[in-house]
Unconditional design. Structure first.
Length: 601
C-alpha cells in the first residue's frame, strides 16, 4: 500500500487548552478513513492543519510527493459575484469537463449553473463546494461534514460515488450509516490521543468498548496499588536512598493513571412528570402551496392532508429538500398559516421546538447562565429534580465548560447548548428539525437515549438514518407536490418495503412485456411462479394470526389504560416504553403474514 500521508508526533494547543498531544497516524492509497471525536476536541482544527490553513506546535506532516489533495471545508467561502460554474471549477475548469460538472451538480440539486453564488443559501453553497472538490479528482479527498445540507437521496448518491473505484479519503462525519458503508478505517480523537480501528463503524463500536473496558480495569488496578503506595509515601522519612527515590518517581506516574477521569454516565435521564392528554393534534384536510395557483410555478406542500396524531407517538419526517418538511412543522406550531383546512391542538400540549434557525445567544453570557435564565431545575417527578448544571453535564458540558463564555464554544457545542435550552423548558411534545447536524456521535447517542425514554410525543425531521431508526416508530415521507406516504415503521423498514414494491413493479412489468410477445409463455410463467404454502408455512401463518390478535389486544388495553386517568406514574412509564416495542413487533409479524398471504393467494 502506497503511503499518501504520514503524521508523526503532532501537537496543537490554544493557550492553556491542549487539543491533542503527540498523535501519529498514516493514510495509504485506497484507504477510506473516518475521523470521530466529541465536539470541541479538535476535529476541524486537525483537518485545517492538514490542509495548511492552521499552524501546529510540534511534530511532522508528510504528504507523498506531487500528491493532489482536495479539501471540503465545513463553511466554504465564495466570491458572491461569480457563477456556480465558475465557482465549481475554481477558474481552472476545462470546457470538456462542463458536462461532467452538470451531472454532479444535478445529483446535488444545483441546476442553474449561471446563478450567482451570492444568491445561494449556505446549504447550496456547501453542495457547490462538494461538487468542486469531487470534480477536481484529487488523489486524497479531505471532507469536513460532507453530508450536512444533503437530503437522503443525495447522501445515498454520495455513498455510491465515494464507494466506487480506489478512492482515498479522510473525512469527519457524524452520519453513522455513511461511516459504516464508506469507511474502512476509523480514527478516534479522544482525551488528546488518537486511536486507530481498522474496520467500519460497527467494528469501531465493538473495539472501542473493549478499549474502554481495558482502561477501566487498568485504572482500577492502579487505584488499588496507589492506596498501598500512598501509605508507604506517608510513612517514609524525607531522606531517601536511590531505591526509595526510584519508588517515589514510580508513585507519581502511578498517581497519574489512578486519577484519570473516565467519562461515564451512570444514569439515563428519565422524566416521569411529563403529562400529556389523549388529544394531541389533528390535521383536518389541510392544504398549503406557494406560488400562483394552478400555474407551473406552484409548489404544493400539502393537499387535503388528514392525520390524527396519537398519544406517545414518535414520528419521523423524511423527504428530499424542498418537499415541505420544515413548512409542515411551522404550520403545526402556528408559525405558517394553512391555505385550507385546520390544525386542532390539544389543550395539554406544550411544544418544545428545536429549529434550524434557533441558534441565537448572547456571546458574552456564560453557558450555565443561558440555562438558568430559563429555569433552575427540571421536575422529573417522584420527588426528583434535575438542576441546570446536571442537565448540562448529562449532555457532556463539564463543570469547567459550564462557566465558559458562549463565544468560546464550537459550532457543535452551540447546537448542543441550544438543545439543552429546549429541554430545560420541560415540554411534553418535542418537535426537532434537523437536531443531529453538527452534533458529535457521543451526544447523538445521549439524545437517542433521552428520546427513547421520553414519555411525551416526538416529531423529528432528519436525514440521519441511524438516528431515525433508533428513535421513531412511524414515518411521514414527503415526496413532493403534496404527495405524502404514511408508513408504520422506521427508515430502514421503509427502505426495505420500498425495494420490495419496486421489485414487484419490475416483475409485473416483465410479466406484462412477456405477455405481449407470447400469451402461452405468460401462462407458463405464471404457472411456474405460483406455488402453495408448505405445511410449515401454513402453521407459521396460523401462529402469526394468533400472535397479531394477541398483540393488538394488548395494544388496545395499553391505550385504554393510558387514556383512563387512573393509571399510576410508574405504570404509565412502563406502558409508554412497551408501546413502541409492541408496534415494532406488530409491524414485523404483519409484514411476514402479508408475505405468506401473497404466496397463498
Amino acid at each position: 500500500m502506497v503511503p499518501y500521508l504520514d503524521v508523526q508526533h503532532l501537537s496543537k494547543s490554544f493557550g492553556a487548552l491542549t487539543l491533542f498531544r503527540d498523535i501519529s497516524f498514516s493514510i495509504g492509497e485506497g484507504q477510506r478513513v473516518g475521523l470521530i471525536a466529541k465536539n470541541g476536541t479538535g476535529k476541524s482544527t486537525l483537518l485545517s492543519i492538514l490542509s495548511g490553513k492552521e499552524s501546529y506546535d510540534s511534530g511532522s506532516i508528510v504528504f507523498r510527493r506531487d500528491l493532489k489533495v482536495g479539501m471540503l471545508e465545513q463553511s466554504p467561502v465564495f466570491d458572491p459575484d461569480e457563477s456556480v460554474l465558475d465557482a465549481c471549477f475554481n477558474h481552472q475548469g476545462e470546457e470538456e469537463k462542463v458536462l461532467k460538472a452538470k451531472q454532479v451538480l444535478t445529483q446535488l440539486k444545483i441546476r442553474d449553473l449561471s446563478q450567482r453564488m451570492g444568491e445561494l443559501s449556505g446549504g447550496q453553497q456547501k453542495r457547490v463546494a462538494l461538487a468542486n472538490v469531487l470534480l477536481t479528482e484529487p488523489d486524497l479527498l479531505i471532507l469536513d461534514e460532507p453530508t450536512n445540507h444533503l437530503d437522503l437521496e443525495m447522501i445515498e448518491w454520495l455513498e455510491g460515488y465515494l464507494g466506487r473505484g480506489n478512492r482515498t479519503l479522510l473525512m469527519v462525519t457524524h452520519d453513522r450509516f455513511f461511516l459504516d458503508r464508506v469507511c474502512s478505517v476509523i480514527l478516534e480523537l479522544d482525551d488528546q490521543t488518537i486511536y486507530t480501528y481498522r474496520g467500519n463503524y460497527a467494528y469501531y463500536l465493538e473495539k472501542r468498548q473493549e478499549r474502554i473496558d481495558n482502561r477501566r480495569a487498568e485504572v482500577a488496578r492502579a487505584n488499588n496499588l496507589y492506596r498501598t503506595e500512598l501509605e508507604w509515601m506517608r510513612r517514609m522519612p524525607q531522606a531517601r536512598g536511590h531505591k526509595a527515590r526510584y519508588r517515589e518517581e514510580a508513585f507519581y506516574e502511578l498517581e497519574k493513571v489512578a486519577k484519570q477521569r473516565l467519562e461515564e454516565r451512570q444514569l439515563r435521564l428519565k422524566a416521569s412528570n411529563v403529562y400529556i392528554g389523549s388529544k394531541i393534534f389533528e390535521c383536518q384536510y389541510i392544504s398549503k402551496s406557494f406560488g400562483e395557483k394552478g400555474s407551473d410555478s406552484e409548489v404544493v406542500i400539502l393537499k387535503d392532508f388528514y392525520y390524527n396524531f396519537s398519544r406517545f407517538e414518535k414520528m419521523g419526517i423524511v423527504g428530499n429538500n424542498g418537499t415541505g418538511k420544515s413548512t409542515f412543522i411551522k404550520m403545526l406550531l402556528g408559525q405558517v398559516p394553512v391555505d385550507d383546512g385546520r390544525i386542532v391542538i390539544g389543550e395539554t400540549v406544550k411544544f418544545g421546538y428545536f429549529s434550524q434557525e434557533g441558534l441565537q445567544f448572547d456571546e458574552q453570557e456564560k453557558v450555565i447562565d443561558v440555562i438558568t435564565k430559563i429555569a433552575d431545575y427540571v421536575d422529573l417527578g417522584s420527588g426528583k429534580k434535575l438542576s441546570a448544571s446536571q442537565l448540562l453535564q448529562y449532555f457532556l458540558f463539564t463543570p469547567e465548560q459550564q462557566y465558559n463564555y458562549v463565544y468560546k464554544l464550537s459550532g457543535g457545542e452551540r447546537r448542543k447548548l441550544y438543545l439543552c435550552t429546549v429541554l430545560m423548558r420541560n415540554p411534553n411534545f418535542l418537535v426537532l428539525d434537523e437536531p443531529t447536524n453538527d452534533l458529535d456521535i457521543v451526544t447523538l447517542q445521549i439524545l437517542e437515549e433521552y428520546l427513547q425514554d421520553f414519555p411525551g410525543c416526538v416529531i423529528v425531521v432528519s436525514h440521519d438514518r441511524y438516528f431515525m431508526d433508533k428513535v421513531v416508530d412511524h414515518l411521514l415521507v414527503f415526496k413532493g407536490q403534496g404527495e405524502i406516504k404514511d408508513f408504520p415503521g422506521n427508515y430502514t423498514q421503509y427502505r426495505e418495503w420500498e425495494k420490495m414494491e419496486t421489485s414487484k413493479t419490475s416483475t409485473s412489468s416483465t410479466t406484462s412485456n412477456t405477455s405481449t410477445t407470447s400469451p402461452t409463455s405468460k401462462a407458463n410463467y405464471r404457472h411456474e411462479d405460483r406455488r402453495k404454502l408448505s405445511y410449515k408455512e401454513k402453521r407459521e401463518m396460523e401462529q402469526l394470526e394468533k400472535d397479531i390478535a394477541a398483540l393488538e389486544a394488548e395494544k388496545a388495553q395499553i391505550e385504554e389504560a393510558l387514556c383512563g386517568g387512573t393509571t399510576s406514574v410508574d405504570e404509565i412509564t412502563a406502558m409508554s416504553k412497551r408501546l413502541p416495542l409492541l408496534n415494532d413487533e406488530l409491524d414485523e409479524k404483519s409484514m411476514r403474514w402479508l408475505e405468506l398471504s401473497e404466496i397463498e393467494g
